[in-house]
Write a protein that binds this ligand. Structure first.
Ligand code: NAD
Length: 337
């Protein structure tokens, strides 16, 4: 049984906590919050032990009527792996604390790649992640791109990939985010950081990325163009994608025409929080002309990294093979529509 803590119970942390708690081979020891807000109350109501992320805030929780089981230091001493889900850049500040407690850590994509022994994606990472004491699960966009570029490279060879990312302006809970009336190149420089981030997982893939930010919260959209080494057909690419356990091809007849209907579908199926852990590729968009492949895919930014975190924990703490871990995670969470 791998004992796991989650430091930072926000958008990603609360989902990782639920996913860990559901694994029969893992125990969620507890989660941290910095303040006694609705998230802290919800964690307790879900039955999770709550720890104060900042030592001198224990009294604040007690004053709000929320019982804490200790501080981050106590949590670190009680776990085999800590999953850092603090905001971008805070993981770097937490790193010396984890190291002082000799606690292996999983970090998120908002941290620089050099924070961990290796960056991680369950489908695309190589053997460099085996034996790592710390891993960084790449961002939602890099996860989504790695999941399709790895099989495309294995099957057809990737000569060059060009991706335009239309990014959601903020998560639904980020009330202070924008834009509200524009589409903004973000960053205005090309390539965006996403291509180099994919190269942390797939160093040999030639990839250029450009990103824009749009006034929506549901999902990111990727317009993908890959020049393959060999000529193929749209059917062969669809067949390849259908073999990928974390890629969902949206059937033409489903009447799903955007992120809104995708999320509606996930909610209708009873997915927790309407989460979509899979890449969503529009089957009809998969087009091949000679060696040029085009497709559209959406990724649910709050969810696609969640199964990857579970597999990163097993990679650090156990000798369960990657394929076995992915199979277990998929089965327990219900990944695959
Ligand atoms: P978030 O702001 O929703 O949640 C972060 C949580 O950490 C909050 O509860 C916050 O109170 C808490 N926190 C703040 N300071 C802390 C500290 N010092 N110690 C512990 N906890 C602290 O952020 P998020 O969106 O969940 O992002 C977390 C990480 O995941 C970032 O690296 C981000 O880049 C990455 N990520 C986010 C998304 C996304 O779309 N939200 C997708 C993929 C990866």
């Amino acid at each position: 049984m791998t004992r796991v803590g989650v430091n930072g119970y926000g958008t990603i942390g609360k989902r990782v906590a639920d996913a860990v708690a559901a694994q029969p081979d893992m125990e969620l020891v507890g989660v941290t919050k910095t303040s006694p807000d609705y998230g802290a109350e919800a964690a307790i109501r879900r039955g999770y032990d709550l720890y104060a992320a900042i030592d001198d805030r224990v009294d604040e929780f007690e004053a709000a009527g929320l019982t804490v089981s200790g501080t981050l230091a106590n949590l670190l001493d009680a776990v085999d792996v800590i999953v850092d889900c603090a905001p971008s850049g805070i993981g770097e500040r937490n790193q010396p604390v984890y190291e002082a407690h000799d606690t292996p850590a999983v970090y998120q994509g908002g941290e620089d790649a050099d924070i961990a022994d290796a960056s991680f994606n369950a489908r695309a990472s190589g053997d460099e992640v085996v034996g790592a004491d710390s891993l960084r699960v790449v961002s939602c966009n890099s996860t989504g791109l790695s999941r399709i570029l790895a099989p495309l490279d294995e099957e057809f060879g990737v000569e060059k990939s060009r991706v335009t990312l239309v990014r959601r302006g903020g998560d639904p809970s980020e009330t202070d985010r924008g834009p509200i009336n524009d589409v903004i190149p973000d960053p205005t420089t090309i390539p965006s950081h996403h291509g180099p981030d994919v190269n942390e997982i797939l160093p040999d893939i030639d990839i250029d990325t450009a990103a824009l930010k749009a006034p929506m919260t549901a999902m990111h959209t990727h317009s993908v163009n890959v020049t393959l080494d060999t000529e193929t057909s749209a059917e062969a690419v669809r067949d390849l994608l259908s073999e990928q356990s974390r890629v969902f091809q949206i059937p033409e007849q489903a009447g799903i025409d955007g992120a809104g209907t995708l999320k509606d579908y996930a909610s209708d199926l009873g997915r927790p929080r309407g989460d979509i852990w899979e890449n969503c590729v529009w089957e009809k968009s998969v087009s091949v002309e000679g060696r040029d492949l085009y497709l559209f895919q959406n990724v649910h930014q709050e969810a696609d990294v969640v199964p990857e975190n579970v597999d990163a924990i097993r990679t650090i703490a156990t000798d369960v093979s990657r394929s076995e871990s992915v199979a277990r995670t998929n089965e327990v969470l219900g990944v695959g529509f």
